[in-house]
Write a protein that binds this ligand. Structure first.
Ligand code: IPM
Ligand code: MG
Length: 496
């Protein structure tokens, strides 16, 4: 038995000594300076990393590669599966996709974890007791980038929310809460309006929450939830939410905690992760040894925890806290009332390195598990529901009145379909519309089976579209109306 214990110890220390392959991108703007500072600090703290440097962002965009990343960089990311990324500049103007979003979605990084806590009294804040972790869904929602101009008047962006996407991030939030001894997970959605998309996120939240009776849970509609977060953040602990709300509210939370410049984040996938500051590349501050490396450093701390070098993470994070406490501050957080020395990026890094081994005296110190493993998420098994086509929403481009359009459509809907309603931007205008409703040139025309509740075929839909084209009412697009195990998978129109 004694032998066994000894082996275990040796294995652990060996594991600790092994350098972990990590892909690094120095980024644009202030990126190279803050990356250099960050790497210097974590190496001095004892991080054992085997770095692969890739070039992404501006340089690559300038070569005409609109994704901002080349195949060799993907190879590195897929090899190391750990990515420390400095901020990137996405060139302005059309044609360039956000590289951040591309990387997150391509690598399946489903959860974006953004701790926002205050460092009172060393960094001024109205919320001295704030300690909130925002866990943001990271792949879907309005970030699909699926947008279309459909008529002269109207543009559309698709909001996609999936059951697995919601479940992965919600489970991650609860697992995170459990591992880091947090007592509550809050969910923000706007499901009083978006009953199917946000409604799904909320429903999955309620479902998963039941599996974690040890952790409190609650849901707020995002508008009032955001107001409460901005007013009394100390009432929140972990907050999980869809992508766009999470983008907006993590900036708000980081800023009211003290500064967006201090927040680091991890983007977590299944066996692969990216770590970055939440702020941008600040090109105007670049190359002047001004920038605050704290956001990237705290992201690197999260990375060290992820790769099982939690002992180093603890050392670096405590040294950083001590430096903040010492009042050694970069220009962005320098305040004569609390700061003792204004320093540049390099000098700030030097100060943190000097504090390695020290603990904060007033701020709460951190203590990560020395050799932890990444959280693993397992999705529930769900039966595939029975799906049936019961009608179709046809969107048409039409300049004229609702009644005129309705009359024309009544004529061509037969024999399989019945025109149930027409809406304009979601508001019912036919039958029985009122003249006050303002209409644009974009109409949603709902056709359902003329034998009520009966299924229709895709062939029926194609025939209907053919009749529309013949009648010179060109369809923009269609949405199938499906039931799932008999339950409608579509919203009813307002006023219906
Ligand atoms: C963030 C950023 C990104 C986002 C941008 C740069 C694409 O704001 O990481 O929060 O919207 O997610
Ligand atoms: Mg953002």
């Amino acid at each position: 038995m004694g032998q066994g214990i000894k082996d275990e110890t040796i294995k652990e220390s060996n594991q600790n000594e092994k350098a972990v392959p990590v892909t690094v991108a120095y980024g644009d703007g202030i990126g190279p300076e803050i990356m250099e500072a960050t790497l210097r600090i974590i190496r001095a703290g004892g991080a054992k990393l085997d770095l692969e440097v890739i070039t992404i962002g501006e340089t690559v965009f300038k070569k005409g590669i609109t994704a901002g990343i080349e195949p060799s960089a993907w190879d590195s990311l897929r090899r190391t599966k750990v990515f420390l990324k400095a901020p990137i500049t996405t060139p302005e103007g059309g044609g360039f996709k956000s590289l951040n979003v591309t990387v997150r979605k391509t690598l399946g990084l489903f959860a974006n974890v953004r701790p926002c806590l205050s460092y009172d009294p060393f960094i001024p804040t109205k919320h001295p007791d704030m300690d909130v972790v925002i866990i943001r869904e990271n792949e879907e929602d309005l970030y699909g980038g699926i947008e279309h101009r459909q008529t002269a008047d109207v543009f559309q962006c698709l909001k996609l929310i999936s059951i697995p996407g919601s479940e992965r991030v919600v489970r991650y939030a609860f697992e995170y809460a459990r591992r880091y001894n947090r007592h509550k997970v809050t969910c923000f959605t706007k499901d009083n309006i978006m009953k199917l998309t946000d409604g799904t996120f909320h429903r999955i939240f309620d479902e998963v929450a039941r599996e974690y009776p040890d952790i409190e849970n609650e849901h707020w509609i995002v508008d009032i939830g955001a107001a409460k977060l901005a007013d009394s953040p100390e009432q929140f602990d972990v907050i999980v939410m869809p992508n766009l709300y999470g983008d907006i509210l993590s900036d708000v939370a980081a800023q009211i905690a003290g500064s967006v410049g201090l927040a680091g984040s991890s983007n977590i996938g299944d066996g692969i992760a990216m770590f970055e500051a939440i702020h941008g590349s600040a090109p105007r501050r670049a190359g002047q040894n001004l920038a605050n490396p704290s956001g990237l450093l705290l992201a690197a701390v999260q990375m060290l925890v992820y790769i099982g070098q939690g002992d180093v993470a603890t050392k670096v994070h405590n040294a950083w806290l001590r430096t903040i406490e010492d009042g050694i501050h970069t220009y962005d957080i320098f305040d004569p009332a609390v700061s003792s020395r204004k320093v540049g990026t390099k000098e700030f890094a030097d100060a943190v390195i000097e504090n390695l081994g020290k603990y904060p005296q007033k701020l709460k110190s951190v203590n990560y598990p020395a050799h932890g493993t990444p959280l693993k998420i397992q999705l529930a098994k769900r039966p595939v529901p029975f799906k049936e086509l019961v009608g179709v929403d046809v969107f048409v481009d039409w300049r004229g009145s609702a009644d005129e359009l309705g009359k024309r459509l009544e004529e061509i809907s037969n024999p399989e379909f019945q025109l149930v309603m027409i809406t304009n931007r979601g508001t019912k205008v036919y039958p029985d519309g009122i003249p006050e409703t303002f209409c644009v040139d974009h109409w949603r025309c709902r056709f359902q089976s003329s034998a009520s509740g009966q299924a229709v075929t895709h062939r029926n839909v194609v025939d209907l579209l053919g009749r529309l084209v013949t009648a010179d009412i060109p369809p923009i697009k269609t949405e199938g109306l499906f039931t799932f195990d008999g339950k409608p998978g579509f919203s009813l129109g307002q006023g219906q």
